[in-house]
Design a protein around this ligand. Structure first.
Ligand SMILES: C[S@@+](CC[C@H](N)C(=O)[O-])C[C@H]1O[C@@H](n2cnc3c(N)ncnc32)[C@H](O)[C@@H]1O
Length: 214
């Protein structure tokens, strides 16, 4: 029997994806999480290669806007077929390959990459940072020598939140859209240190931005 899709992936219906760029990437990033999308585009520009895998693709906004060092080969991996369809269509000029898979399960991908992004993926995965460990393990297994894994995730720390962030964190965690109540910068750092030889980590507003090399 087919397992039901986790809420952190299931929520991305076609109508939700229609609203996603405006509500999440324009409004929430600037006014709730205090990490404007421009900063995330810069993060992509600093790390993306021409042989790239994007995990947890949403609408493909960053892949559409970032600057590649040369014409890229792009693979998209997501649990939800809607996000794969919408993002593949958006960047069809790069003829991406799509893979429907759960990043928390062993993968059967016969490809390796020079860059792998996990942008706004970790806070959608169920459980705490420890239950998300498989995502780091899987990403690392697909990375070429000298390759980079990078991304950003919204942390669950409510002590420093504004009113709106507090409300949205509570609501999204109650609905299973986010599972980041226990996600801390310290736990993220521990997993980066466990799985990669070197990493960098910084915080902007409620968002942790990371990059790591095998
Ligand atoms: C918040 S969206 C991020 C979209 C995009 N990366 C961005 O930064 O705008 C999270 C994405 O992760 C996907 N996702 C959630 N759980 C997943 C899982 N277990 N395996 C693979 N993808 C997953 C969702 O379907 C969705 O596309």
């Amino acid at each position: 029997m087919k397992e039901p899709m986790q809420s952190g992936a299931q929520v991305y219906s076609k109508p939700a994806l229609f609203l996603y760029d405006f509500f999440v990437l324009k409004f929430s990033n600037s006014f709730v999480w205090k990490c404007p999308s421009k900063i995330l585009i810069d993060w992509y520009n600093q790390h993306i290669s021409a042989n790239h895998l994007d995990i947890g693709v949403g609408t493909g906004y960053f892949l559409d806007r970032c600057i590649y060092p040369k014409p890229p080969k792009i693979s998209l991996l997501d649990l939800n077929p809607n996000t794969l369809e919408v993002s593949a269509k958006r960047i069809r000029r790069y003829q991406p390959q799509t893979h429907q898979a759960d990043i928390l399960k062993p993968l059967s991908l016969d490809l390796t990459f020079d860059s792998i992004a996990m942008n706004y993926l970790l806070h959608c995965l169920p459980g705490n940072m420890h239950s998300k460990e498989m995502a780091f393990q899987n990403a690392r297994s697909l990375l070429n020598k000298n390759g980079v894994v990078f991304g950003a995730t919204i942390l669950g720390d409510k002590s420093r939140t504004n009113f709106l962030a507090n409300k949205l964190l509570t609501l999204y965690n109650a609905k299973g859209i986010f599972s980041n109540s226990d996600d801390t910068l310290q736990d993220l750092e521990m997993h980066l240190a466990n799985h990669f030889n070197r990493y960098s980590l910084k915080q902007q507003g409620h968002v942790a931005l990371f990059s790591a090399h095998a």
